[in-house]
Design a protein around this ligand. Structure first.
Ligand SMILES: NC(=O)c1ccc[n+]([C@@H]2O[C@H](COP(=O)([O-])OP(=O)(O)OC[C@H]3O[C@@H](n4cnc5c(N)ncnc54)[C@H](O)[C@@H]3O)[C@@H](O)[C@H]2O)c1
Length: 337
């Protein structure tokens, strides 16, 4: 008999680390992880890690022949800044990689007669606000508003959301028999901040970069203007959102794509918070107009009332608790000499 497992792609990344920590203590399912990168030694005893590419179809077939995949957390992706430098590569990984995994999940759902849950992290990059006035007027954007991304990454995310909905609701709609369809669920995350990993390749990275640089005693030049505002969330809440959405009863979900958020801060407010804890921090603003324009197109806040209503979503870390209890103490410890 094949072993029932959770599959986490992109497990060596920021969310992957935190998700493995939370999932490995829970439930009978084993965890299989897949990433181009190895995992740190300390994690290898908790999961079966495969170093490989989500675009490698032979590798995916081997995984399916060995395991009964119950839930997929599909985290592997090229993030927003990297995707802008290599848009074709972003399409391959972000879209074709997701399509391969959706096909795998669709086949597994049919084979076992039970939907495979497919959990997908989308992003505020799926939004594209045209100008500053609109950003002010739509302070809390709802899921169906302003879906006009201006980055390759945002286009990839929005399209993959639609692919997931298609595979969940309409897959093989002209076939004689209705297949057992997979169960796609998606959260649109704001910028995430982890105390334990340093981000790379994202366009919301200036927030966490300010903090990590301050703790290391290094100067930091922020690449956006002081007044730029976007929503953020502490990593434990991001993992909680993924797990709560996974566990929610299917019939309580009125949507397949949900905004989740915690707090919004301008870059200046972020700096003030960092200075409150690291008074010697040397943070200045030196906007990169091109990256700035991308952040300007992202909403200042998200309306996550659907998630709150349907699956009782509630962040545990507001801005004070994020900084005082999670980020600052753990980041201080991380860089303590
Ligand atoms: N961190 C955030 O602020 C944020 C916000 C919104 C959405 N997300 C989404 O959450 C997911 C995880 O984000 P993260 O912050 O952990 O990113 P990350 O860059 O830290 O991790 C991504 C991982 O995917 C792996 N990967 C990339 N291409 C691969 C491939 N072809 N095959 C196998 N593995 C591959 C990388 O090696 C990396 O370990 C991504 O889909 C991202 O778009 C993240």
């Amino acid at each position: 008999m094949r072993k029932k497992v959770f599959l986490i792609t992109g497990a060596a990344g920021e969310i992957g680390h935190a998700l493995i920590d939370s999932l490995s203590g829970q439930g009978p399912n084993q965890i299989v992880t897949l990433d181009l990168q190895p995992l740190p030694e300390s994690m290898n005893s908790r999961v079966h890690h495969v170093v490989g590419d989500i675009l490698d179809k032979d590798l995916l077939s081997r995984l399916v022949s060995e395991y009964e995949i119950d839930t997929i957390f599909h985290l592997a992706a090229l993030l927003s800044t990297r995707s802008e430098f290599k848009p074709e590569a972003a399409h391959h990984v972000n879209v074709e990689g997701t399509l391969s995994l959706l096909q795998l999940a669709a086949e597994q759902s049919e084979w076992r007669g039970e939907p495979v849950k497919f959990i997908f992290p989308s992003s505020i990059a799926a939004y594209g606000l045209p100008d500053p006035e609109t950003k002010i007027n739509y302070a809390q954007v709802r899921e169906w508003e302003w879906n006009y991304p201006r980055t390759m990454y945002g286009c990839n995310k929005l399209y993959c959301e639609h692919l997931g909905i298609y595979f969940s609701r309409h897959y093989r709609q002209l076939a004689a028999d209705r297949p057992v369809m997979l169960d796609f669920r998606c959260v649109r995350f704001p910028g995430l901040i982890s105390a334990f990993t340093v981000p790379s390749g994202g366009t919301s990275d200036y927030g966490p970069e300010m903090l990590h640089s301050a703790a290391k005693g290094e100067a930091y030049e922020c690449f956006v203007r002081e007044d730029v505002c976007i929503p953020f969330m502490a990593m434990p809440d991001a993992v909680k959102a993924l797990l709560w959405l996974t566990q929610a009863p299917r019939d309580s979900l009125s949507r397949l794509v949900y905004n989740v958020t915690s707090y919004s801060l301008t870059a200046a407010e972020f700096r003030t918070r960092v200075l409150g804890h690291f008074p010697d921090a040397d943070i200045c603003f030196s906007p990169d107009l091109k990256r700035q324009a991308i952040v300007d197109s992202w909403p200042a806040g998200l309306d996550d009332s659907a998630a709150r209503r349907d699956w009782s979503w509630l962040p545990e870390y507001d801005v004070d608790r994020s900084f005082n209890e999670y980020l600052v103490p753990n980041i201080r410890q991380r860089y303590q000499k």
